[in-house]
Design a protein around this ligand. Sequence first.
Ligand code: SF4
Length: 469
Amino acid sequence: MRLVKHENEVNSLWDSEFIRQHDVAGPRYTSYPTALQFHEEFSQQDYLDAVRRSNHSRKPLSLYIHLPFCASLCYYCACNKVITQSEDKKRRYLDALIKEIRIKSRDFAADRPVYQMHWGGGTPTYFSGPELTELWFEVSRHFHLVDPERGEYSIEIDPRTLDGDKLGLLKGLGFNRISLGIQDFDPRVQEAINRVQPLSQIRELMDAARSYQYRSVNFDLIYGLPYQTVASVERTIEQVIQLDPDRISLFNYAHLPERFKSQGLLPEEALPPAEEKLQILCAASNQLVAAGYVYIGMDHFAKPNDELALAQAAGRLHRNFQGYTTCKEADLVGLGVSAISLINNIYCQNTKSISEYQTLLDADETPLSSGVVLSTDDEIRRAVIMSLLCQNRLLPARIEEQFGVRFDEYFSNEIKDLNGFVEQGLLLGGQQGYEVTEKGRLVVRKICMLFDTYLSQHLQSGRRFSRVL
Ligand code: SF4
C-alpha cells in the first residue's frame, strides 16, 4: 500500500553526486564515546557506583537481552553469533542468562519501571517456545515490566525459525514489536548469501503479525550483496512496500572477508561495484520516500504515523546500540554475552566469550569485561552528537543550560567548521541554533565527527570505519 504520492518533490533527495562528495568514513554513534574507548580497567565498583547513582535518578529502565545462537550461517554476517544445533549449548546459555538476570536485578531499585525491552541476536527465535516463555517469565519476575499497552517490547525474528503459532506465543508473552530479517527477496541473491526465505513465507508472517495486532513491524534490508542491481533491488523494494512494514532499516553490506571469514564464501565477482552500490542506495531510498516513508536518519525509514517518526517530530528520539529508539530518559541494562549497558554516566560491556560468560556466572560474578566512565566533556559532546542525530538540530542555549558552559567558548574551534557546513548546505542557521538540512541528514555523521575528540587518535592508529558505500 502506498502511503502518500509526492514523487516529484522527493525523488531528488537521495543524490549520488551529493553523497559521493560528502560521505566520509566514520563511527555510527550508537554511543559516544564509541566502544573503542571501553577499557578493561573499568571495575565492578565503577559499575555499582553508577547503578547506585541511577537509582537516585529514578529514571525508568530499558533492557537489552542477547541470544547469540543461529541454526545456519548467513555468509554476509558480521554479528557476534554461534552456529549450533546443540540443545545442550542453548540450555547452558539460558541458565547462565537467567542467573545474570537474577544477580543484576538485585542492584536496581525494585520499583523502577521497564518501559522498553529488546531481544536481539544471533537468532532469538531459534530458542523454542517453552524456552522463550521461561526467559520472559524470569525477566518479569525480576524486573518491573510495565504492561504491553505502555511498554515497547521488541524481538528480532529470523523468518525461517517461526510460524504463525510462535508469533502468537510471542504476542501472548507481551512482545508488541517485531523486526524481520529480510535482506533481499531475489532468489539468486538469497542463494548466494545462504539465506533462502521465499516471499510467500514473509507474506504469511505479515498476515499473522497483523492478525495478532503487533504495534510495529520492522524489515531489515541490505544493499551491496552479490547479484544485486538497481533493477533487482527496486523489485525487492516494490515487494516490501506491498507488504507494508511500519519501519525499514536499509543497511550497507561492508565486505571484509579478512575480518569475517564467512564473507569469503560469497561470490566476490558478483558484488556490485562501488558506483552501482551508490546507485542502488539512492534508488531504493528514493523509492521508499516516494511511497511515503519518512527518512529518520542513518539507515532508518518509518511511516509518518509510526512512533519513531512521531518521536522524532516531537524531539523525543534517542539513539542506542539497537539504533533509534523512542525511550529517551532510561538507563539501559544489557544482559547476555557481549551486551552493552548505559547506566548513569558509564558504558560497560559483558565479555564476548560465551564460555567465559558462563564460567563467571557459575562463580556468581557479574560477567563485565570492559567499560568507560564518561567525563563531563564526554557528556557535553554526547548531548551535542545525539541532538544532531536524533532531533536534526543543535541548540546552543540548551547545551548551556544543561551543562553550565558558554557554547561559543567551549566549542570555539568547532564553530568555524559548523559555519562551513552552513555554507555547504548541510546546516541552516547560526549560533542561535543549527538545523540539519534534508540533504545534510544523509551525511549527518560528518557533522557529528566534528565534536568527536577521540576520532583523530583512532584514524591515526589506522582504525577503519564504515562509509555509506
Ligand atoms: S545474519 Fe542473523 S541469522 Fe544469519 S548468521 Fe548472522 S545473526 Fe545468524
